[in-house]
Ligand binder design. Structure first.
Ligand SMILES: [Zn+2]
Length: 179
């Protein structure tokens, strides 16, 4: 499971607590400008063994920016995360999945896209999100959700409970073979 656009002061906390209770590890792609004031949440992610990745500084479409600007925004976010966790992210999820090789500028980063996108930010309906994911999931699926909505957090925890009961395990994105 992957969560984009956080950290969110309320819903990321709810999600982290739910994941901790269940002993499940996930991947968080953080927006640089959302980090200030949420450092504690980022430290909890790290302590609980979640993978922390970069989701740009301001959620811009990186391929629409000058390469130099896009690179400096990626770098800025990496440095900000490193200042909190002591570790620079190695994985990036570019907003809108929009990426080009030119962006492998500052430090080479591994791009993580997704297979299952229930448009949780748009539907904001727990049942619809759960049904969408549970119907489509397979071994190795990368599920895209956003930890900035209550419905998404509720759905995420319900998906985990349902899929765990069906024998699925959850791993961080670096443990999946990404081709
Ligand atoms: Zn996003």
């Amino acid at each position: 499971m992957t969560f984009d656009d956080g950290p969110h002061p309320v819903y990321t906390k709810l999600l982290l607590d739910g994941l901790r209770e269940r002993g499940v590890k996930a991947t968080f792609f953080l927006i640089g400008q959302n980090l200030d004031g949420n450092e504690k949440l980022v430290r909890q992610m790290k302590e609980d063994g979640h993978l922390i990745g970069n989701h740009s500084q301001k959620h811009m479409q990186l391929t629409a920016e000058a390469v130099k600007d896009a690179c400096s925004q990626i770098q800025w976010t990496n440095e900000k995360i490193q200042a909190i966790t002591g570790e620079s992210p190695q994985y990036i999820r570019p907003p809108y999945g929009s990426w080009s090789e030119e962006l492998e500028c500052v430090v080479p980063m591994t791009v993580v896209l997704w297979d299952i996108d229930p448009l949780d930010w748009k539907v904001q309906n727990t049942r619809q999100i759960v049904d969408h994911v549970v119907k489509r999931v397979q071994d190795g699926s990368i599920i895209l959700l956003h930890d900035s909505y209550e419905t998404s957090v509720e759905a995420a925890l319900e998906i985990i409970d349902t899929l765990s009961a069906n024998g699925y395990n959850f791993v961080t994105a670096d443990e999946l073979v990404i081709e």
